[in-house]
Design a protein around this ligand. Structure first.
Ligand code: SF4
Ligand code: SF4
Ligand code: FES
Length: 282
């Protein structure tokens, strides 16, 4: 039989274990109120319950509901970009404790397991800041257009069965198809620099993700019809020869895409094309 005294000690035990599971994590956030405005830092304290699966985005949502800094000042809600919340859309990339990564899959229990731990958040540095942690990733999509990274099948008419693809080809291509245009590989790349003026984008390095997409589409049984056009882009200014082979890209890709293998394959393909052009003039 449970006595009143037993009951109260059981309750206080539960309360203290719950208290032990609660902790506060401090977020230091690099803020910027608009394009080309100066950056400044603000700190926010967020209560975390261990095991509840809090991630950086859920903490930013908490701060948005209660935009009060750690020293008690009211401020503007922090702005960030996100979509899928499951590491698929690529929109939530930011620099978390100095590492570029997806903020939706950054779990607080892993990143800041102790009471009083600090997490710093910064926007990517290779894209113009729109506001706070939100950057303009337009240049990445421009580079995909620049390199014809699509399958050119238009119209609704029946074109019959497409060419067959081998299982081995599919296997090589599949991993490249998982690219979510998140920009982690570009942020980490010493050759990919911030270019504010869109007029200069076509002269600057396309980056590992675009080279990977050329690899994907040049192996596609239908899209390889335009393989030559894509290789021309990679042979031009800002093409594959701008890669310095630092291999940072492959280390940070959340999808573990073999980017350096793709870059090497496209490097060989552009060399073969250049030699062919030299001898045949085509
Ligand atoms: S291997 Fe090339 S694309 Fe990758 S980080 Fe290095 S320079 Fe950039
Ligand atoms: S290659 Fe990887 S790191 Fe680069 S944009 Fe695609 S998914 Fe992101
Ligand atoms: S919100 Fe889509 S990848 Fe993080």
């Amino acid at each position: 039989m449970t006595t009143t005294q037993d009951q109260s000690s059981t309750n206080s035990g539960a309360a203290s274990s719950e208290a032990a599971e609660k902790r506060t994590v401090r977020f230091r956030i690099q803020r910027c109120l608009g394009p080309n405005k100066p950056a400044h830092w603000e700190a926010f304290d967020v209560p975390i319950l261990a095991g509840e699966g809090a991630n950086v985005i859920s903490c930013l949502q908490y701060i948005a509901r209660r935009p009060i800094t750690a020293d008690g000042k009211e401020t503007d809600p922090v702005v960030w970009d996100s979509g899928c919340l499951e590491e698929v859309c690529g929109a939530c990339t930011m620099i978390v404790n100095g590492q570029v990564r997806q903020s939706c899959s950054c779990l607080i229990d892993n990143e800041a397991p102790n009471d009083g731990d600090v997490i710093s958040l910064q926007p990517m540095s290779k894209f113009p800041v729109v506001r706070d942690l939100w950057v303009d990733r337009q240049r990445m999509f421009h580079n995909l257009k620049r390199a014809h990274a699509w399958t050119p099948i238009d119209g609704l008419h029946d074109r019959g069965a497409g060419p067959q693809e081998t299982a081995k080809n599919q296997e090589t291509r599949y991993i490249f198809s998982t690219c979510m245009t998140c920009g982690c590989c570009l942020e980490a790349c010493p050759q990919f620099l911030l270019v504010d003026e869109p007029a200069k984008w076509d002269e600057s390095f396309v980056g590992a993700n675009t080279i990977g997409q050329v690899r994907l589409f040049n192996l596609h049984p239908t899209a390889k019809e335009e393989a030559g056009e894509r290789l021309e882009v990679l042979m031009g200014p800002g093409g594959v020869s701008d890669c310095g082979n630092a291999q940072n890209c492959v280390k940070v890709c959340p999808k573990e895409i073999p980017l350096t293998e793709g870059i090497a394959a496209m490097g060989r393909a552009t060399t073969v094309k250049a030699v062919k052009q030299f001898f045949t003039g085509e």
